[in-house]
Ligand binder design. Structure first.
Ligand SMILES: [Zn+2]
Length: 446
């Protein structure tokens, strides 16, 4: 029988002071993944660490811990200190990712990996990344303190430079090129320089590459960054996957001519074509049910002058969905719309593909464990896609992946107004903790 061996936690858990935000509600047995009551974290300690990290890189404009800045280094140092306090023996690997470990009882098993990031965007908030990163540390600390005996090692990771394009997790799966290392990050330093600065070794980063089988599964808690959970009045999002994304650059070519002397029926107006195309894309995306989204976000008009009919518009389309087939189908729809509007307006449409990222699906078993953990904790939840990108989308290429969302107040993120309620942070951490326990029992053959 491969039942979990963590049941001795019950005595230890009573000795752990439950914080102000920790739930003290007893839960029914046998409701979900656990035969016993679900485990809890020290919620007050978790939220205190989040508050403390939020003082690092705080400016009048918001949180500024963009990768490789002094504040990023200070934020990482704070997290490393916490991991040390938690007994995780933290180290920075050659890719610049921070790693720590709670050993398992079976040294032959690969680790369960949990984590997120602590870097921010410019003028961002303190919840995108830190909620998952500090919760992962708290979960590992709870496992140690409560004497939860996991068969798998439990590894905590804090990925470097998430906001600059999931750099640390891309390195972890070998998806970065040498040319990528010379790209300049927001801090003004290249990724190569930054990786060295945070304690990695850019000449040896490939030694940190994980292959399939190296980790049992990857779990990431994150704020939703949208408003669906709040609107639905739900506490937990069970992420089904991270949407795929296609970016197109569309060049519409007309003919520049006099705005006063050219009759309306003799124009080749690139702005008119761009406007019709923008409306048509919106109509097409909304015409069928589903969560697909498309955005025309940028237009560059030539010559961009009041009294000249535009000769050219270059615009972008951002298209996202969880279903690769739907992305392909809408790609064809966009091209057909362009061709039709081109004929009607005597302009030409040329499409170029700028970015193409496939959807990253969460493992169905992991989704079930997250769902069952939330149920055992008495939390309301729904399954949902992630519209934003995360480190989890990279790790999903080499391991079963799962993500837990907690509500963002007002659906606001990448802003100093970003906020997730302390009790929701604790809920997320506790779902993460219990999902780790479920995963530990759920990979008997790994
Ligand atoms: Zn994030």
């Amino acid at each position: 029988m491969k039942r979990r061996t963590f049941l001795q936690h019950a005595a230890a858990v009573a000795a752990v002071p439950l914080g102000r935000f920790a739930s003290s509600t007893p839960f029914a047995r046998g409701a979900g993944v656990n035969a016993s009551a679900p485990l809890h974290v020290n919620g007050a300690r978790l939220n205190a660490s989040l508050t403390a990290l939020g003082e690092i890189g705080r400016t009048a404009g918001g949180i500024n811990r963009y990768a490789y800045s002094d504040a990023d280094l200070a934020g990482r140092a704070y997290a490393i200190g916490l991991m040390g306090d938690a007994g995780l023996a933290p180290r920075t690997d050659v890719a610049g990712n921070i790693r720590g470990r709670v050993p398992g009882t079976d040294a032959s098993l690969p680790p369960i990996l949990i984590g997120s990031h602590v870097d921010s965007v410019t003028d961002g908030g303190n919840f995108d990344g830190p909620v998952g990163a500090l919760s992962a540390i708290e979960v590992a600390r709870s496992v140690r303190e409560q004497g939860v005996r996991l068969r798998h090692p439990l590894d905590v990771v804090i990925w470097q430079n998430e906001e600059g394009g999931t750099i640390g997790s891309k390195m972890a799966i070998g998806a970065l090129t040498e040319a990528d290392l010379d790209k300049v990050a927001r801090s003004g330093r290249t990724i190569r320089e930054g990786t060295a600065l945070v304690g990695g070794d850019p000449a040896r980063w490939r030694e940190a590459v994980l292959k399939r089988g190296d980790i049992a599964c990857y779990l990431e808690l994150h704020i939703e960054q949208g408003g669906l959970l709040e609107k639905a009045g739900l506490q937990i999002g069970v992420v089904q996957g991270i949407v795929g994304l296609r970016w197109f650059e569309v060049t519409i070519t007309g003919f520049a001519n006099h705005a006063g002397a050219t009759p309306m029926d003799q124009r080749q107006d690139a702005v008119l074509a761009a406007a019709k195309f923008t409306v048509a894309v919106n109509d097409a995306i909304r015409a069928e049910p589903g969560r697909q989204v498309a955005t025309v976000g940028r237009m560059v008009v030539t010559p961009n002058t009041t009294n000249v009919i535009a000769s050219q518009v270059v615009l972008t389309v951002d298209l996202r969905d969880l279903d690769e087939a739907k992305l392909a189908r809408f790609t064809a729809v966009l091209e057909q719309l362009g061709a039709g509007i081109g004929r009607a307006t005597d302009t030409t449409f040329k499409f170029a593909r700028l970015v193409d990222s496939e959807p990253a699906m969460a493992d169905p078993r992991v989704q079930d464990w997250i769902d069952a953990s939330a149920a055992a904790l008495g939390l309301t939840r729904q399954r949902m896609p992630s519209g934003a990108g995360h480190d989890a989308q990279e790790i999903a290429r080499i391991a079963p992946m799962g993500m837990i969302f907690v509500p963002s107040v007002g659906g606001i993120s990448h802003s100093p107004k970003e906020f997730t309620r302390p009790e929701d942070v604790v809920h997320g951490a506790e779902v993460l903790l219990n999902t780790v326990v479920a995963a530990d029992g759920g990979f008997p053959g790994v």
